[in-house]
Ligand binder design. Structure first.
Ligand code: 13P
Length: 249
């Protein structure tokens, strides 16, 4: 049975006190009966202090890392360091990293392998830009992202990954994918896993939707049979809206 997940990607937002307040607020308001696993991806400089809060109901991950063990890579954070401070999850392939930092499918594959080697759970992001959707090429595009960075894994490794479908045109734009568009892509992703692996694997992997998901639209998106939760940007920066999204299950 695949997990229901709501993850907050805080991106490059919040000061130290604000990050504390947001984390503590979520922590206090999160119901013990929450039907979804809750994750947050804060800016890296706050990871350690949030991990130290030791809240077993909130999983903490890093937004980015460098896929080398250690060494002369000024400014970078290694997977070993992420693991060492007690974070357990990593975001890989977010469209902002692909677009602003030229992260290629080849580099993302390297990151996936490095993360799994250190027993970190991967949240792998995929999704097409607007131009690709306008050309009706979104299926081919997203499939290629998965083929080139994720589908080299063995089934057992792939089962340690979570996939997040985030159409680039829906991120931060207030323009959410329709329920039909989200379900169509999520079902396609699951069918590709079925085709390349097996039913067990396809049914074990959570596929999250991201892109202007908020308290008002989460319920209908999460009701789609192949949508197992959300990766939330803007609406994850306020306790109330994030909690409401979690309660949408
Ligand atoms: P928004 O929810 O702000 O559109 O961002 C989505 C996202 O990029 C999460 O990773």
């Amino acid at each position: 049975m695949r997990k229901k997940i709501v993850a907050g990607n805080w991106k490059m937002n919040l000061g130290k006190q604000e990050a504390d307040q947001l984390f503590d607020g979520i922590s206090q308001q999160l119901s013990k009966e929450s039907k979804a696993d809750v994750m947050v991806f804060p800016p890296a400089i706050y990871l350690d202090r949030l991990v130290q809060k030791n809240d077993p109901t909130i999983t903490i991950g890093i937004q980015n890392f460098y896929p080398k063990e250690k060494g002369a890579y000024t400014g970078e954070i290694s997977v070993a360091q992420v693991r060492n401070i007690g974070a357990t999850h990593v975001l890989i392939g977010h469209s902002e990293r692909r677009a602003y930092f030229q992260e290629s499918n080849v580099l993302l594959k390297e990151k996936v392998d490095a993360a799994l080697e250190h027993d970190l759970t991967v949240v792998f992001c995929c999704g097409e830009p607007l131009m690709i959707r306008e050309m009706n090429q979104e299926m081919t595009f997203v499939r290629m992202q998965l083929e080139e960075s994720l589908f080299h894994l063995e089934s057992a490794q792939l089962q340690k990954c979570i996939i997040a479908y985030e159409p680039v045109w829906a991120i931060g734009t207030g323009k959410t994918a329709s329920v039909e568009q989200a379900e169509e892509m999520h079902a396609a992703i699951r069918s590709w896993i079925l085709e390349k692996y097996d039913a067990n694997t396809a049914n074990a992997i959570s596929i999250l939707y991201g892109g202007s998901c908020n308290a008002a639209n989460a319920q209908e998106l999460f009701a789609c049979p192949n949508v197992d939760g959300g990766l939330i940007g803007g609406a994850a920066l306020e306790v109330e809206s994030f909690i409401q999204i979690i309660q949408s299950f």
